[in-house]
Design a binder for this molecule. Structure first.
Ligand SMILES: Nc1ncnc2c1ncn2[C@@H]1O[C@H](COP(=O)(O)OP(=O)(O)OP(=O)(O)O)[C@@H](O)[C@H]1O
Length: 353
């Protein structure tokens, strides 16, 4: 078993605490993705698992070994970074085999491991080239190959595709998914990219300010967020939020939507403030003059129309047919209230179910 287990993991840089007692189980063979806003501690947590940052308190186990204080080289992990850091004077094959060669493996053993990694990553045609004669995507494949050659129990990826252009990212995303299927190792992956997180992950971990907000399968987080933060973070464009007031049992008045919303969420008493969340695909434009068109983003197959409500809240509407809403005009909206989620009007913003 080579899952990863974090128990009460804490990190302090001097007086500043950046990771606050994280508990997390990554199962053997699972693809786990860390997401969260810039500075929330994704990379720090990954580097702690790698052993590149000391753990201030708590425990990290890989399989059944406690590695909290182990050297990076003794943890059975290999890390792939955003920058490929290949040796410029070595060929692709030498770059991939270098780590094993340094740890005293025989020539034949190194050659066999490099050949296997090259086959998996389709690098056979490039083995004698130097890095400067490779594209960005090919260089990142070599960096991944270097990790594979080491035969780690756990792969750690720190935003490995963020230096690549959009087309290459899509291709490499597919490569990484295939790599995971083929070798079945435990993988932990840090990204800013919603699509990478949603498509690669078995399990997404949403972090905020060094705390886990929610852990779950991609669609579970999308459909069933525990709080307003996760609801707003997972999904692009983000969920719309408007203020509401509990009218009576099962009904919330939401001036930003222009209608009362019936809900089976456990509401506080009449008069209490709540926040309603609704995704852009559950709002439609119709005739009316309650919402002002602030911006339209026509992407071809889909258009996002940005509105302001009479209550000065912002709403994004997803439109699939030719949009008729003109900039600066006012329109009406219709909502599909069955999809509305209700959150506490508080800093935690817990979902009311
Ligand atoms: N060596 C360090 N000394 C002091 N503070 C640090 C150090 N490394 C990271 N931090 C702080 O720890 C917090 C978490 O940083 P980290 O790089 O893990 O965030 P992140 O979620 O990976 O961000 P990004 O998505 O921008 O890469 C940040 O506030 C950062 O400033």
């Amino acid at each position: 078993m080579t899952g990863v287990n974090l128990a009460g993991v804490t990190k302090r840089f001097g007086d500043v605490q950046v990771i606050h007692g994280v508990d997390l189980v990554v199962e053997d063979g699972e693809f786990c993705v860390f997401v969260g806003p810039s500075g929330c501690g994704k990379s720090t947590l990954l580097r702690m698992i790698a052993g590149l940052e000391k753990t201030t308190a708590g425990h990290i186990a890989i399989g059944d070994r406690d590695v909290t204080d182990a050297d990076p080289a003794d943890r059975g992990v290999a890390m792939v970074f955003q920058t490929y850091a290949l040796y410029p004077h070595m060929t692709v094959a030498e770059n991939m085999g270098f780590g094993l060669k340094m740890t005293g493996h025989s020539k034949a053993e190194v050659a066999a491991k490099v050949a296997e990694a090259s086959r998996i990553l389709k690098l056979d045609d490039y083995l004698t080239r130097k890095p400067k004669a490779l594209s960005g995507g090919q260089r990142q494949r070599v960096a991944i190959g270097r990790a594979i050659v080491r035969g780690p129990e756990v792969f750690l990826f720190d935003e490995p595709l963020s230096n690549l252009d959009a087309e290459l990212r899509v291709e490499m995303r597919g490569e990484i998914a295939r790599l995971h299927r083929e070798i079945g190792a435990t993988m932990i992956y840090v990204t800013h990219d919603q699509v990478e997180a949603m498509t690669l992950a078995d399990k997404i971990v949403v972090l905020r300010k060094g705390v886990i907000e929610q852990v779950g399968a991609p669609l579970e987080l999308y459909n069933n967020p525990d709080n307003r933060f996760v609801a707003g973070f997972i999904g692009s464009p983000a969920m719309n939020f408007v203020g509401g007031t509990v009218a009576r049992a099962g009904v919330v008045t939401a001036p930003g939507f222009g209608v009362d919303v019936a809900t089976d969420a456990a509401l506080p008493g009449a008069g209490a403030s709540v926040v309603l969340g609704l995704r852009p695909q559950h709002v439609q434009i119709c005739a009316g003059n309650t919402h002002r068109v602030e911006m339209t983003e026509a992407l071809g197959g889909v258009t996002y129309i940005h509105l302001t409500t009479a209550t000065h809240e912002k709403l994004v509407v997803e439109v699939h047919d030719t949009p008729t809403a003109k900039l600066g005009t006012t329109v009406g909206i219709k909502i599909d209230a069955t999809h509305a989620l209700v959150f506490e009007d508080s800093t935690r913003g817990l979902r009311l179910r």
